[in-house]
Write a protein that binds this ligand. Structure first.
Ligand code: MLT
Length: 263
């Protein structure tokens, strides 16, 4: 489906019945990374899954997209759909955006799912790496980023035994526009540290991590569980960074259990 605001078009899926669940994809991906949730959670939730600005079939990004900028786009989308409250589910960069969304629009959030993500900001070295990768993407295209990231997205076992899933993820990353990739990298480099702020979260929260995630290790999820009072942590087995697509049964079960009481 298409939605246009301030001259920028957004592509999104809006399917299923139940509590509205806003699915925010990570980097450098698009909403199709949620295909197993769109298929498996349709009878449990209304799934709203947009392509973030600069990704997929949504409009072009400016030079930098901050996490707040993405959050503003998502608020505009929900407003256009007359959706008053959602469970926000963000994976990785989607989690950074979910936190920005909660900070800016707390009244719109009835639940929070933070998957394979962290609350902290980048250190100096990571920030420099982001700027170097942004330059590289603009000069050489998104496929260089895709090649470098694939081994961290899925476990070795999955890449070896489920080549079609590996190809699906790699081609999703490689087809993204370099401008969108660079804008997100610069935005992530500029994101604030929310390690202290998350201690004030008082909305129902589920934290998902994966045993094989080397990009954002399980310790990050454990730290958020300790910081957010009343939150729950689920550790997905047999998965690396993209736990939602690598082990969708475990991921979807955790989400269903979490949203059950929110209906
Ligand atoms: C993501 O998967 O969204 C990104 O890899 C997160 C990051 O680079 O910090």
């Amino acid at each position: 489906m298409r939605f246009t605001t301030h001259g920028i078009a957004f592509e999104y899926e809006d399917v299923g019945n139940g509590v509205p669940l806003l699915l925010i994809h990570g980097f450098p991906l698009d909403h199709t990374v949620w295909r197993s949730q769109i298929e498996g959670l349709q009878t449990s939730a209304r799934l709203i899954a947009p392509d973030l600005r600069g990704f997929g079939a949504s409009g072009d990004a400016p030079d930098v997209m901050t996490m707040d900028d993405y959050a503003d786009d998502l608020q505009a989308l929900l407003h256009s759909l007359s959706v008053r409250q959602v469970v926000v589910c963000g994976l990785s960069m989607g989690g950074y955006i979910a936190l920005a969304f909660l900070a800016k629009y707390p009244d719109l959030v009835k639940g929070l799912i933070l998957a394979n993500t962290r609350a902290g900001a980048d250190g100096e070295q990571a920030r420099e790496g982001r700027y170097a990768n942004a330059k590289k993407a603009l000069e050489e295209g998104a496929s260089v980023i895709a090649d470098a990231m694939l081994p961290k997205m899925l476990t070795d076992t999955t890449r070896e035994h489920r080549p079609s899933l590996a190809t699906f993820v790699h081609s999703m990353m490689a087809r993204q526009r370099a401008t969108g990739v660079a804008a997100a990298l610069k935005g992530m480099a500029a994101r604030p540290d929310r390690n202290e702020w998350i201690k004030s979260i008082n909305v129902r929260t589920l934290i998902i991590t994966a045993r094989g995630d080397t990009l954002i290790p399980p310790g990050e999820g454990e730290a958020m569980r300790k910081a957010i009072a009343g939150s729950t942590l689920v550790v997905i087995p047999d998965a690396a960074h993209l736990s939602n697509i690598e082990n969708p049964d475990a991921f979807n079960t955790a989400v269903k259990e979490f949203i059950g009481p929110l209906k």
